[in-house]
Design a protein around this ligand. Structure first.
Ligand SMILES: NC(=O)c1ccc[n+]([C@@H]2O[C@H](COP(=O)([O-])OP(=O)(O)OC[C@H]3O[C@@H](n4cnc5c(N)ncnc54)[C@H](OP(=O)(O)O)[C@@H]3O)[C@@H](O)[C@H]2O)c1
Length: 251
């Protein structure tokens, strides 16, 4: 049987690395990119690239996906958090820096994929609950993920035969979570207290658990209209999702 192929951006650490590991274990050939590179072994093709170099993305994808005719899965996962701070104290330069990782490279990648002759079954954009919650302090990140959701919705009109979903994956242990739980000011920004409690209670998923949850949800995502934003907790852990909505902006 033909192997399935998956493209994952940002697979050197955290969720992207976890996804690469799980997909390799499920028999996929994984194509990945990041600045540091991925340390996994097996059927993985991996290149180092900085997605902020948007003029270089086409050449990097041509190199990475040379000869690939079909991608059963594309996960646009690479992202950065930025500093948790008041939006009024956040400069345009800081906002641009976040958009230059979380948003615009994904547009360039989607354009390249659309133009390529590669048949693509499913595209998942890794968004965040922050895209809709609007909690104090999440400025640049929330704006970028909210715009990412709309990017997915707009591209759904143009990707015929490909299902697109933007997903909030839930809480995953990663360098982002480390920063949120240890460095950012949880007195000033109360939503951080919920994250700290979640970490203390052990309900933050490991990257592997988060990746398994995404893999499990893939068929269910296709039940939603292409271009939809779906918080995985909404469909896989409704009680957790309800608590998240109710806790909005509270400690
Ligand atoms: N952790 C959570 O609880 C959580 C919740 C909701 C959504 N998310 C989303 O999940 C995704 C993965 O985040 P994570 O938590 O796993 O954090 P992470 O460990 O920091 O992973 C971020 C990944 O993005 C890559 N990346 C960042 N900037 C890049 C650039 N300029 N060029 C190429 N690759 C770049 C990083 O690779 P290099 O540094 O090697 O380039 C790394 O592989 C992000 O989109 C994040 O917003 C995470």
């Amino acid at each position: 049987m033909m192997k399935k192929n998956a493209l994952i951006t940002g697979n050197s650490s955290g969720l992207g690395r976890g996804l690469s590991e799980i997909l390799l274990a499920h028999g996929y050939r994984v194509f990945g990119c990041s600045r540091r590179g991925c340390d996994l072994v097996g059927d993985i093709v991996d290149i180092r690239c900085d997605l902020r170099d948007m003029d270089g993305i086409a050449a990097n994808l041509e190199r990475l996906l040379d000869g690939v005719e079909r991608l059963q899965l594309v996960v646009l996962n690479a992202g950065m958090l930025g500093e948790i701070k008041h939006i009024s104290k956040t400069s345009l330069d800081e906002l641009r820096r976040i958009m230059d990782v979380n948003l615009w490279p994904n547009k360039v990648i989607l354009d390249w994929l659309l133009e390529s002759r590669i048949r693509i079954d499913q595209i998942v954009l890794i968004s965040s609950g922050a895209a809709v919650l609007g909690n104090k302090g999440w400025g640049g990140y929330a704006l970028s993920k909210s715009a990412l959701n709309m990017l997915g919705r707009l591209y759904a009109h143009e990707f015929q035969g490909t299902h697109i979903a933007s997903i909030a994956p839930g809480l995953i242990a990663s360098s982002m979570m480390d920063y949120l739980c240890t460095e950012a000011d949880s007195d000033e920004f109360p939503a951080l207290q919920r994250l700290k409690s979640a970490r203390e209670e052990g309900v933050v998923l490991s990257p592997i658990e988060g990746a398994e949850r995404i893999l499990e949800a893939l068929p269910r995502l296709r039940e939603f209209e292409s271009g939809s934003y779906i918080d995985l907790r909404q469909i896989l852990a409704p009680d957790e999702y309800q608590a998240l909505i109710e806790a909005r902006n509270r400690a």
